[in-house]
Design a protein around this ligand. Structure first.
Ligand code: MG
Length: 178
């Protein structure tokens, strides 16, 4: 039976926070990199409101989407290899509606394959969706997952303090474990 691998988009396929911190640094005339974002709650790290955080995020996707790098070189081929191994690739991303068309552009531009693409607008937990494995950088998306479903935490500076048994540092790192 074909297994479905659900993959989060932001900070798992698209290295959004690299561009986000570049925009933040330019607005506030500072030099912050994503490696300094060591808490899931950015307001604990930077003097910025939740609204401003979301505003920069939307700006990055709607105006600078082409500049958002994939999280690793050769990502398109790695995703295709996972598909060739027999996995259904489901990109599962929670986001603001106005960024959707740019996400589709980004996936097309960087040639990232998927069997489906699911945009979540409401607060439905990702664990409720149909998949066998979910890879995500957000601990909150993994904590509701019940066996036999599997949650894999994608390492990012903001989740290193979270205790989770299965972690990967890249999609190629995950591919070698499948
Ligand atoms: Mg994410």
């Amino acid at each position: 039976m074909t297994k479905t691998l659900a993959i989060d988009l932001d900070s798992v396929l698209a290295d959004t926070m690299t561009t986000w911190t570049a925009v933040y640094s330019s607005i506030y005339k500072t030099r912050i990199s994503k490696y300094e974002i060591t808490s899931w709650d950015i307001t604990k790290i930077l003097p910025i409101s939740a609204e401003e955080i979301s505003g920069i995020f939307i700006y990055v996707w709607t105006h600078l989407w082409k500049e958002i790098p994939p999280t690793e070189p050769n990502l398109a081929n790695i995703v295709k290899q996972i598909h060739k191994k027999g996995y259904r690739i489901s990109i599962l991303t929670k986001r603001e509606r106005e960024t959707v068309q740019y996400v589709a552009n980004w996936l097309d531009y960087y040639d990232i394959f998927s069997d489906d693409l699911i945009f979540v607008y409401d607060a439905t937990p990702k664990a409720m969706y149909q998949f066998d494995i979910l890879v995500d950088d957000a601990p909150i998306n993994l904590i509701d997952i019940i066996s036999p479903k599997v949650g894999i935490l994608f390492n990012q500076p903001w989740n290193l303090g979270f205790n989770w048994p299965i972690r990967v540092s890249s999609i190629s790192n995950m591919e070698s474990k499948l």
